[in-house]
Design a binder for this molecule. Structure first.
Ligand code: LLP
Length: 433
């Protein structure tokens, strides 16, 4: 832990504010985002492209954390926005996000989603499958409208954090396969539809990737494909979108690269390929989610019961769990934490942090060193900014947590804690009234 973030009372501070005070003011579980960190992550991507004079769009993958306030910060930082559903699109529109910088994704876009995208004239739709081409063509015909699209391909590279797998076909529900000619067929099909403008190509090779090799391989595959398409269909890509997946540090086991370095690698490899195949230099688009928000939030919990099994384990239970952070249960994801009200004290206990859901798998952290833990201590779990709130649920009818943004020494509530009335708001009675 960074000693600079501990105040005179020995409390953890976030963005200069005492976290114990925040926990008291807003209650727990509480997500606290340090907005300056979000801005810095965004700038690391945007500024690196600018420094190299590369036309680019950095689209924040809002699935990582979508809320009106977050989308507004993305807008302020001149990001574009990747949405994957009507709900994320609705959030973006409510936040006043510029529509021409919104990109719609999804492997099963509904008629409603496509209609909304066309009505709002969003920047582009990333076409995923043949069914969608027909559906979009019908919507455009009906509305006498046009739409820019990218075509999503699966290049046969699966990146898994430390290693990557190279296969002929990728066994994935997303996109058109390059290997078996489906992607080329899709290009021809789209070319025949006047209302759909094919701007370029998209791929996303995975998430929480620490090395650049997978990205370099993806660039190579895409440009080899673009060279073929130029020759066969006189198609020139204005845009090459390389997706997201840039890894972040959750624990000391993780060793990601600085964000600038991912961008530099992509630029260098694109330049190399453009030269090799004598192609026009396209705009480079990327879609980071985790790398924008992951390390910018801390979740605060209040400690309740403990259960000590002598010589086995001490369980320390907090007032949240898989309902606000599904990642440990779903992916065995690891996190670091400390006691926010005892941040200056010696760690002399090894404990495991349990959630409060009726489910044995609801464990947040196994085997962590903490100072002696007591009821009402505040536990701070770090790097919960991505896929935490956004994957939260109402399991056991827990109301969803609150979210606070901290910036310039001030805290602001940006998502209210749900009430029990919120939880049952759609329930209807089955008894005579
Ligand atoms: N673009 C596309 C097409 C994607 O499918 C994704 C993530 C992203 C961008 C953003 O990836 P990122 O930069 O955040 O790695 N729930 C999982 C992660 C699922 C990612 C799904 N797609 C987790 O909590 O680790």
């Amino acid at each position: 832990t960074n000693l600079a973030n501990i105040n005179e009372q020995g409390h953890l501070t976030i963005g200069g504010i005492d976290s114990v005070t925040l926990a008291k003011k807003y209650g727990t579980p509480l997500f606290v985002y340090d907005v300056e960190k979000i801005r810095n992550n965004a700038k690391a991507f945007v500024d690196t492209f600018a420094a190299h004079n590369i036309k680019a769009q950095v689209a924040y993958a809002s699935k990582a954390f979508s809320s009106v306030a977050m989308v507004q910060v993305a807008k302020q930082e001149k990001l574009s926005l990747d949405v994957v559903s009507e709900g994320e699109l609705y959030t973006a529109l409510k936040a006043g996000f510029p529509v021409d910088k919104i990109h719609l994704h999804g492997n099963n876009k509904s008629l409603n989603e496509l209609e909304m995208a066309v009505n709002e004239q969003i920047g582009c739709i990333v076409i995923d499958n043949f069914y969608e081409i027909d559906l979009l063509a019908t919507v455009l015909e009906e509305k006498q409208a046009e739409m820019n699209v990218l075509i999503r391909v699966t290049p046969g590279i699966e990146a898994h954090t430390h290693d990557y797998i190279l296969t002929g076909n990728e066994d994935s529900k997303f996109g058109f396969d390059l290997a078996n000619g489906q992607a080329a067929e899709a290009v021809q099909k789209i070319a025949a539809i006047d209302s759909i403008h094919l701007k370029g190509i998209h791929c996303h090779i995975g998430s929480q990737i620490f090395e650049t090799d997978g990205f370099v391989m993806a660039v190579d595959r895409l440009f080899k494909t673009l060279a073929e398409w130029k020759e066969q269909y006189q198609f020139t890509a204005e845009v090459v979108n390389l997706g997201g997946g840039f890894g972040i540090r959750y624990t000391s086991e993780d060793d990601p690269l600085p964000l600038e370095q991912y961008v530099q690698t992509l630029i260098k490899e694109v330049a190399k390929q453009v030269k090799e195949y004598d192609l026009a230099f396209p705009e480079i688009w990327i879609e980071p989610g985790r790398a924008i928000v992951g390390d910018t939030a801390t979740t605060l919990y209040t400690v309740g019961s403990t259960k000590n099994i002598p010589n086995v384990r001490k369980y320390v239970a907090v007032d949240g769990g898989m309902t606000d952070n599904l990642r440990p249960a779903l992916y065995q994801a690891k996190y670091e934490a400390l006691l926010a009200n005892k941040a200056d004290q010696e760690m002399n206990e090894k404990v495991s942090i349990a959630g409060k859901c009726c489910e044995s798998g609801d464990m947040l952290i196994w085997d962590i060193d903490l100072p002696e833990v007591k009821a009402n201590d505040i536990l701070a779990v770090f790097s919960t900014g991505a896929y935490g709130y956004s994957m939260s649920s109402h399991y056991n009818r827990f109301p969803k947590a609150a979210v606070v943004f901290v910036e310039n020494g001030e805290d602001k509530l940006v998502i209210k804690r749900e009430t029990y009335e919120d939880v049952i708001q759609n329930d209807l009675s089955y008894e005579e009234e």
